[in-house]
Ligand binder design. Structure first.
Ligand code: TYD
Length: 344
């Protein structure tokens, strides 16, 4: 966009030599204003160079960056030089460098720009913020930990986006309402996945705005819970994994709070809350085993949740600080790279 802005900034002081009228249309719809001369409809490179000379202004050569366009640019350069007209090829070089992977002509510039803007947003999504997930069986203290982590990160100047699954969105609310009581674990897995699909968009958007997304449960919950044989029904992790890959994103960090179900169930009961169908010690033991396997496979950071709350919090903050340090570093490196590309 900076290259195009610099092109617009030359209006009135430069003429822009393009191949045809479709190029002008693409540039105009990309927001570029300029004094254009069409090389082909204007009678070829000799006539175009003469038109620039008559205009008494320097020229920007903006032909396509395929073989024909390169040849035309060279012909224009020779003709402009012989007439003593100053010319600029730098903007063409920058645009060709940025656009070459997608298109070889000026005519496609408007659609390429939309594509580049999307990938820039994608890049920001990866670079600017962070997605941190806390997982664990019921009663491991995820919610308490997430709330404390959010307060700490905010006090350190980070913008935090606290969230959880099942969400408070349309699908999440339906799941929580108990409307699907009695459905099979595979149906339940698909429901959690549907809830996650919209949630992932929301999380990525927040991360792209530079926020630290702190999420209480994510795709590992489905992998661990729905494959652990609740009521004798379970889903093969081999079926669940491709769904997770399609509808979720790998977080920057997943913390697994690990504790024995006897301990965690005691906590749940002492809170006086209703015990859900998931809160059964035998089932949670299998969920815990699954979680520990997933931690090995996916590199989750396991924290002993039977330790005191301060110890758990400190251990989690150590992991988070490490991730944020890397992200801040990546962010400044990327910013420098983008601004040096933009200057080009
Ligand atoms: P939970 O985090 O306990 O919600 P809350 O803190 O509001 O009670 O989640 C509710 C239950 O849903 C929990 O027992 C685990 C289960 N669950 C799954 O089985 N699969 C999933 O994918 C998710 C997100 C949750």
């Amino acid at each position: 966009m900076k290259a195009l802005d610099s092109l617009s900034a030359l209006k009135g002081t430069y003429v822009v030599l393009v191949e045809g009228s479709k190029d002008i249309a693409a540039l105009t719809s990309s927001g570029v204003v300029g004094d254009f001369i069409c090389v082909q409809s204007g009678g070829g490179p000799v006539r175009a160079a003469e038109a620039a000379w008559k205009a008494g202004k320097p020229a920007v050569i903006l032909t396509d960056w395929d073989r024909r366009g390169n040849q035309l640019a060279e012909d224009l350069r020779i003709n402009l030089m012989s007439l003593g007209v100053v010319y600029n090829t730098r903007i063409r070089e920058t645009l060709s460098y940025l656009c070459a992977p997608y298109a070889k002509d000026v005519e496609s510039l408007d659609s390429v720009i939309i594509h580049l803007q999307r990938s820039l947003l994608d890049m920001r999504g990866v670079v600017m913020g962070a997605i941190i997930v806390v997982e664990g069986i019921d009663g491991t203290g995820k919610s308490t930990l997430c709330a404390r982590l959010a307060r700490e990160l905010e006090s350190e100047g980070f913008e935090v986006y606290p969230t959880a699954e099942p969400t408070r969105g349309k699908v999440g609310r339906l799941i929580r309402s108990g409307a699907f009581e009695g459905v099979s674990q595979s149906t339940e897995a698909l429901l959690f996945m549907a809830d996650r699909n919209d949630h992932t968009e929301e999380m990525l958007w927040s991360a792209s705005e530079g926020k630290v997304v702190l999420c209480d449960r994510y795709f590992a919950s489905t992998l661990a819970y729905q494959s652990s044989g609740l009521d004798g029904s379970s889903v093969d992790p081999g079926v669940l994994m491709p769904l997770c890959e399609a509808f979720a994103r790998v977080p920057d960090l997943t913390i697994l709070l690990d504790a024995d179900p006897e301990t965690t169930m005691g906590r749940v009961r002492s809170r006086g809350e209703d015990v859900s169908k998931f809160e059964d010690a035998g089932f949670l033991r299998r969920v815990r085993e699954r979680y520990l396997l997933l931690a090995q496979e996916h590199g989750f950071k396991v924290i002993d949740a039977s330790a005191g709350p301060d110890e758990v919090f400190e251990a989690a903050m150590r992991e988070i600080r490490e991730v944020l340090r890397c992200i801040l570093l990546r962010r400044s490196t990327r910013r420098r790279a983008l601004s040096s590309k933009g200057r080009g």
